[in-house]
Design a protein around this ligand. Structure first.
Ligand code: AKG
Ligand code: FE2
Length: 320
């Protein structure tokens, strides 16, 4: 999971020469079909943007509990805001996830009166909530969010090419704002190891793909390989992790692998991570791409809209 062959250099992600883009897509295809996880370099998000978002996260999670609970995710429509420790649970076998979170969806940096993107969020509509007295917090978090969304928008054409589709196949399906970002804080877990209490329980992500920043120097993320062994996916400086989620498994009738993963922080120090989950627009139906279906490989999944699907999965994770 962390050899050079798992790295994809995104320098040419939007190259004007389509054959160069197709070469890159071919490399991505292997990772999508075989492991569902890859590291990307030259991802284009400036280090300072990452740094500011992480500092903002550290300051937010250090607030007193009652301040954070003013933004309780259980009190907002459609999963925006603060998740206290142990109040989400991604693996029903577990007692709850040993992390705190702060979740946001699409928002313009300068709020618009009629933000068309957000208005079109349908099943997932609901404004972000922000702490009142943290100067610069919203700006630092949204700056990272927009940079990561921009990266995500460049990756959709690459995934389309990796599936032998036109590069713009997902363009009319990704016009709105189906990008949820979750800033995560994992307190150190020391003492006896209890397999039922881990940072983020074993799960697959719900959307098309995830772009994950993880704290350098701390091993926590693990990926389940085809032999059902947990393989470490350590943070690698200068890279981001990109992994396939269940919407892509549905689009591709399981040709792209949405791989089970989990995270636990046994490092003895605090850990932060920031996944950003990209889906197709919430009103788009998750239908298998024709070339991924055949007589020998019939459709595996019932067709649902992306919004209903994500909402259902979030409800299960947050228990409301
Ligand atoms: O914290 C991490 O490294 C992974 C988090 C994750 O998998 C998730 O939130 O879906
Ligand atoms: Fe995940």
């Amino acid at each position: 999971m962390h050899t050079d062959s798992d790295h994809r250099d995104l320098q040419n992600v939007s190259h004007s020469d389509m054959s160069i883009r197709k070469d890159l897509a071919k490399q991505i295809r292997d990772a999508c079909i075989n492991v569902g996880f890859l590291y990307v370099t030259n991802h284009g998000i400036p280090e300072i943007v990452i740094k500011r978002a992480v500092s903002a996260s550290q300051i937010f999670f250090a607030l007193p509990p009652e301040k954070k609970l003013e933004l309780d995710i259980r009190e907002t429509p459609n999963f925006k805001g603060y998740t206290p420790l142990l109040s989400s649970n991604l693996d029903p076998e577990n007692a709850g996830d040993m992390h705190e979170g702060f979740e946001i969806g699409w928002e313009e940096m300068v709020p618009k009166v009629n933000d068309e993107k957000r208005v079109n969020d349908g099943a997932m509509a609901g404004a972000n909530v922000w702490p009142g007295d943290l100067p610069g917090f919203r700006e630092d978090v949204l700056t990272y969010y927009h940079a990561a969304v921009e990266l995500g928008r460049k990756l959709f054409p690459l995934f389309a090419l990796a599936l032998d589709l036109d590069y713009d196949f997902f363009e009319d399906k990704t016009k709105n704002s189906a990008a949820i970002m979750n800033m995560l804080y994992y307190p150190p877990q020391t003492g006896p190891v209890n397999d039922k209490v881990i940072g983020t329980g074993a799960h697959t992500d719900f959307e098309c793909f995830t772009i994950l920043w993880q704290e350098p120097g701390i091993q926590a993320l693990q990926v389940l390989n085809t032999q059902k062994q947990w393989v470490d996916a350590p943070p690698i400086p200068g890279t981001l992790v990109v992994n396939i989620g269940d919407q892509f498994a549905r689009w591709t009738n399981d040709i792209f692998k949405s791989t089970v993963h989990r995270a636990t922080n046994r490092s003895g120090v605090q850990r932060y991570s920031i996944p950003l989950f990209f889906g197709t627009d919430y009103d788009v139906k998750l239908e298998p791409i024709p070339s991924c279906v055949s007589e020998g490989h019939p459709p595996k999944y019932e067709v649902v809209t992306a919004g209903d699907y994500v909402k259902g999965r979030l409800k299960a994770a947050y228990g409301h």
